[in-house]
Ligand binder design. Structure first.
Ligand code: ADP
Ligand code: MG
Length: 355
């Protein structure tokens, strides 16, 4: 499949605040129509990056290109892009219709066509048509979020930017809105650039994810790549619970784990690797009848279990270490707390990282 040409390109983009680089030498291409998410902990530079992309701030050095044209100094209102603010930025005491039609009104569209477009957008955003005349203050949090997005779409921007729009919304509604946003992306075919501190949220919606740490983009990939092939310990630990074992490579090609004393068969070893961490996702660990049933096995004691909805997580203590093992509920382990157990995994299911 041919790569779509980039709609946005960042070339060595840097933003200094005094002596501190909030965004540090970022190179990135975002493809037309892509749902690209920037994820990273608080303070990693996500908002600073988005503000530069949206034209609310200018880079200290480097270039931002929109379809190949340098736009570093083009102000936000001159760009064919739109920032979707949290629902707080809606006009209070105005109706849903007035809020959505605002961009069309300033563009001079006549009332009938404004209303037709507003109703169309309400349909897309799954807002009942009867809400057209409803005061936005009487809408729920989730409805207001949809109105804010409908208003942004009324500008008909080429790129929509989102800065943690769902962070203040409770869990269940947030999960619904994540999926709706992905559906809306699919229907509008526009480019979405989204920011969140939750890699879990990023995974649900995104075509690609860029992980930020201290102003740098440390990994860019599909959700699948980020999950199954994290390039650093930092990225591997960013999503869910993960088992991370400090290991060193012995001369015979086996890994030595200080924590468990075990000697382990490694996954493919990166060039020049001598010591680092072995990462094993909890779902790749199995309870074994005997040690020979997997490439790698360790003996321990079942310490506790946690019900995580459809999955159950087991905590197994091995030497000085603790392993998390996860099974689907219908494949639950039948052992009792304090049982001696053997757990294991196949070499190919682990990942070696250096950082
Ligand atoms: P994030 O959105 O990932 O939480 P930010 O982009 O808001 O991170 O901030 C990145 C870093 O830049 C932080 O250390 C923050 O304190 C600093 N920073 C952000 N904006 C400013 C500013 N206007 N002046 C000085 N420092 C700033
Ligand atoms: Mg931020």
């Amino acid at each position: 499949m041919a790569e779509a040409s980039p709609i946005l390109s960042l070339k060595s983009v840097r933003k200094m605040f005094g002596a501190h680089a909030a965004v540090d030498s970022i190179d990135l291409d975002i493809a037309e129509g892509e749902f690209f998410t920037i994820v990273g902990p608080s303070g990693s530079g996500k908002t600073t990056m988005l503000r530069m992309l949206a034209g609310m701030d200018t880079p200290t050095s480097g270039d931002i290109l929109l379809r190949g044209e340098r736009i570093n100094d083009l102000p936000a209102n001159k760009r064919p892009t739109c920032m979707v603010f949290q629902s707080l930025a809606l006009f209070p005491h105005r109706t849903v219709g007035q809020n959505i039609e605002f961009p069309l009104k300033i563009r001079g569209e006549v009332p009938e066509s404004r209303k037709a477009r507003a109703l169309q957008l309400m349909d897309l955003l799954r807002l009942p048509q009867s809400y057209y005349a409803k005061n936005v203050l009487k809408c729920s949090g989730g409805e207001r979020q949809r109105v804010a997005l409908a208003r942004a779409l009324a500008y008909d921007p080429q790129i929509l930017f989102f800065d943690e729009p769902l962070s203040a919304i409770d869990y269940k509604l947030r999960k619904t809105l994540e999926k709706e946003l992905k559906d809306i992306h699919r229907e509008t075919k526009k480019t979405f650039v989204y920011i969140t501190h939750s890699l879990e949220e990023a995974m649900v919606m995104s075509d690609r994810i860029g992980v930020m740490r201290a102003g740098k983009l440390v990994q860019v990939g599909t959700p699948h790549q980020i999950y199954s092939a994290p390039n650093t310990r930092f990225v591997s630990e960013f999503v869910g619970d993960v088992n991370v074992l400090p290991v060193s490579l012995d001369t015979d090609g086996r890994l030595h784990s200080r924590l468990t004393g075990a000697r382990l068969k490694p996954p493919p070893v990166p060039e020049g690797f001598s010591e680092g961490h072995l990462v094993i996702r909890p779902e790749f660990l199995r309870f074994l009848a005997k040690a020979a049933d997997a490439d790698n096995a360790v003996s321990g004691r079942l310490y506790n279990e946690y019900v995580l909805g459809s999955r159950i997580q087991y905590q197994v203590r091995v030497g000085e270490g603790v392993f998390a093992v996860e099974k689907l509920r219908q494949q639950a382990f039948t052992g009792k707390l304090d049982d001696d157990v053997i757990i294991g995994w196949d070499a190919k299911d682990a990942i070696l990282v250096t950082d």
